[in-house]
Design a protein around this ligand. Structure first.
Ligand SMILES: [Zn+2]
Length: 680
């Protein structure tokens, strides 16, 4: 059965009130639940699932509307509810009696007869309890908790320092000749910044769009160097910054505390702790994977660097520096590709792209997508669609909210769950998804025309949506993307992106909105070349960051100090082809690993690309046979988090993932370099 929130009649105050009631009822129900002596699946997990469902029914729409219909009233409701929902979640994850109930269930005689997915529900829960420190002896538990609190403070402060350092810097320009090469829109933005400070001319700052506009476009080399120096030393002891935002001490403390937490939980390093919830087996396996990628990318990266050097030399620059790379790279792209968004847009009218996507999903997975009229939404632009299986039965539904609304809608694109699949006493609750994008709305006389990036975004989010919607798992905790390892969750989304470069698929829906003419072959070829533009250098850069992150967290040794620069130097000597100057302090603003959730996990970006490219290659190898689509649906999408991602992948591919397809798709399939050796 399908059910939807009553968006037309939802009111912030009544929704908040309902949430309060649900939270109180759940608390009482939990207390009663934990008094039982011999918990079973039916007396423990089933009621817990129902409780989490009632929360998501009242909280889900509030949190969703906060993103897509953020009126002052809904924003206030969200802010009022967030602390309560967070506290409820923290209490559940720290509840000793609940932890013991799961342990009892795992030790019960019934457990042996549980299905694989039910066993995984219980084991995943126990694993997460243990990783939260709940099973430690009292004194260690207290220490673990105080470290967690301190870490969240330090990580927030790290990010704050980066933002403050960015904000504290500004470089005024009064002579237009200094800015030659920059785009009109970048100049306008810089002019407005000067105006806001009552200055003449232009103000250059370190927020990314402003920095990027200079470093990729500005002909003035000295100015590029100045901005690069400021940018590469953000929140550090170097460059034009005063010491007040220096992250040095925070980084040392963050690394030491993470290491201590890992030891308390019985791991050898924080890298091992991080991988405990991921698909990659071990830090050693990740390192091997990264070095393999580097070896394969290096020959091409050297060629690309030589190309940039030649272009710079023709321009009178004999010593290509890091602040010249983006500039000559942009020059090269324009010279060799010349593919502009504006030339592509007329071939991608939104309704036609969407129909093409639906047709593709039908041919791949046997699923028909049809409009579902009469469902309440939060805005007239939003459509609702049903997924139907071969027999015409509904198997799920989704909302699609395509256009930007700067006043009330968060930027970006995402997939979120509205309802998850769940087996109930009287049938199956079917999954429902929210798909949200931010395309430019249609003008009066023409449909919305998308850039190729936007088409790719739509396919990407749709991939997440399919993962959520095509699940066949009955256990709510593992249905769809729930319970999928963090480094495997982008597999279906990135997999779908590949179709946006496939000539046969592009021919399906890339047609000029006025003339109906299919996208010319030469243009499709250019799109494919653009995808491979300077992938050698880009890959090495990602490997450099990933390897640095991994080793920093794997090899931490208090007696050696934090060794941030040493670790980075070793990595660069091993894999980089371009060496930044000694003052470069990239790690000091590396928020992904010091402030965010990517610590000892930055490799996930490349890892997921390997999985998605290798999965797509199965279609290329089979000549796009329909059976391959059905196998992908059944082995990967339908299985969700019900088993380890590696098992699902092996079932689909009949072997472990290999990097070759990613290398080929990125144009890196030359012979590997033998210049890269494991560290001694
Ligand atoms: Zn994604």
């Amino acid at each position: 059965m399908l059910s939807f929130p009553p968006f037309a009649t939802l009111k912030p105050d009544t929704t908040l009130h309902a949430l309060d009631t649900v939270l109180a009822e759940n608390q009482a129900q939990l207390d009663a639940l934990l008094k039982q002596r011999n918990p079973s699946w039916e007396t423990l997990i089933t009621p817990l699932e129902a409780m989490s469902e009632t929360i998501s029914r009242s909280w889900g729409p509030v949190s969703h509307l906060f993103g897509v219909w953020s009126t002052p009233e809904w924003r206030a409701a969200y802010n009022a509810a967030l602390p309560k929902v967070t506290e409820y979640g923290v209490e559940l994850s720290q509840n000793q009696a609940l932890f013991r109930a799961y342990e009892q269930l795992a030790a019960s005689s019934a457990f042996a007869d549980f299905s694989g997915s039910r066993k995984k529900v219980v084991r995943d829960a126990l694993r997460d309890f243990k990783l939260s420190g709940i099973a430690l002896p009292e004194a260690e538990k207290a220490r673990f908790k105080s470290i967690s609190l301190r870490l969240s403070e330090l990580q927030a402060k790290f990010e704050e320092n980066v933002m403050d350092a960015v904000q504290a810097y500004a470089h005024p320009i009064t002579d237009a000749a200094e800015l030659v090469g920059m785009t009109a829109s970048a100049l306008q933005a810089a002019g407005e910044k000067a105006l806001a400070k009552a200055l003449d001319g232009w103000l250059l700052t370190l927020d990314f769009p402003s920095y990027d506009a200079v470093i990729t476009r500005c002909r003035n080399r000295a100015l590029r160097e100045r901005l690069y120096t400021a940018y590469a030393t953000r929140a550090s002891d170097q460059g034009p910054h005063d010491a007040s935002h220096d992250n040095t001490a925070l980084m040392s403390e963050i690394l030491a505390l993470r290491h201590e937490q890992a030891l308390l939980l019985g791991f050898a390093s924080f890298a091992e702790l991080s991988l405990a919830t991921k698909m990659a087996e071990s830090p050693a396996a990740v390192e091997t994977f990264l070095l393999q990628l580097a070896a394969r990318a290096r020959p091409r990266a050297l060629g690309e660097l030589a190309e940039l050097k030649a272009l710079a030399a023709a321009d009178g620059i004999d010593d290509l520096q890091p602040w010249d790379m983006a500039y000559y790279s942009e020059q090269l792209r324009e010279k060799t590709l010349g593919l502009s968004d504006e030339a592509l847009r007329p071939y991608f009218p939104y309704p036609q792209v969407l129909q093409g996507l639906f047709d593709l999903v039908h041919s791949l997975f046997g699923i028909r997508i049809e409009p579902l009229p009469g469902i309440e939404t939060w805005h007239p632009d939003v459509s609702v669609y049903a997924l139907k299986d071969v027999d015409g039965h509904n198997t799920g539904a989704f909302y699609l909210d395509p256009y930007s609304r700067p006043e009330t809608k968060r930027g970006g694109a995402w997939m979120d769950e509205c309802a998850g699949r769940r087996r109930l006493a009287d049938g199956i609750q079917l999954p429902v998804a929210y798909l949200v994008c931010n395309f430019t709305p249609p003008a009066a006389s023409q449909p919305a025309l998308l850039t190729h990036d936007e088409v790719t975004t739509l396919f990407h989010e749709f991939g997440h949506g399919l993962h959520h919607l095509l699940t066949q798992v009955d256990e709510s905790a593992l249905a769809g993307i729930r319970g999928v390892e963090w480094d495997a969750v982008e597999l279906p989304s990135q997999f779908m992106e590949n179709w946006c470069y496939e000539p046969a698929t592009l021919k399906l829906f890339a047609r000029h909105w006025q003339t109906g003419e299919a996208m010319p072959d030469a243009m499709i070829e250019q799109l494919r070349l653009d995808r491979q533009f300077q992938t050698g250098l880009a890959t090495l850069r990602q490997v450099e960051f990933s390897l640095f992150d991994l080793r920093l967290h794997r090899d931490f040794d208090l007696s050696r100090g934090t060794a941030v620069l040493d670790t980075l130097d070793t990595v660069r000597r091993q894999v980089a082809v371009m060496h930044p100057p000694a003052f470069n302090r990239m790690p000091w603003s590396f928020g992904h690993i010091f402030a965010g959730g990517y610590a000892a996990g930055y490799y996930s970006y490349k890892w997921a690309e390997v999985l998605s490219s290798d999965a797509f290659a199965a279609f290329e190898e089979s000549g796009f046979k329909p059976e391959t689509g059905i196998q992908f649906r059944d082995s990967i999408l339908a299985a969700g988090g019900s088993r380890p991602a590696m098992e699902s992948f092996i079932e689909f591919r009949q072997r472990k993932p290999e990097v070759d397809a990613l290398l080929r798709h990125s144009g890196l399939n030359g012979s590997p370099s033998d210049g890269i050796q494991p560290p001694s």
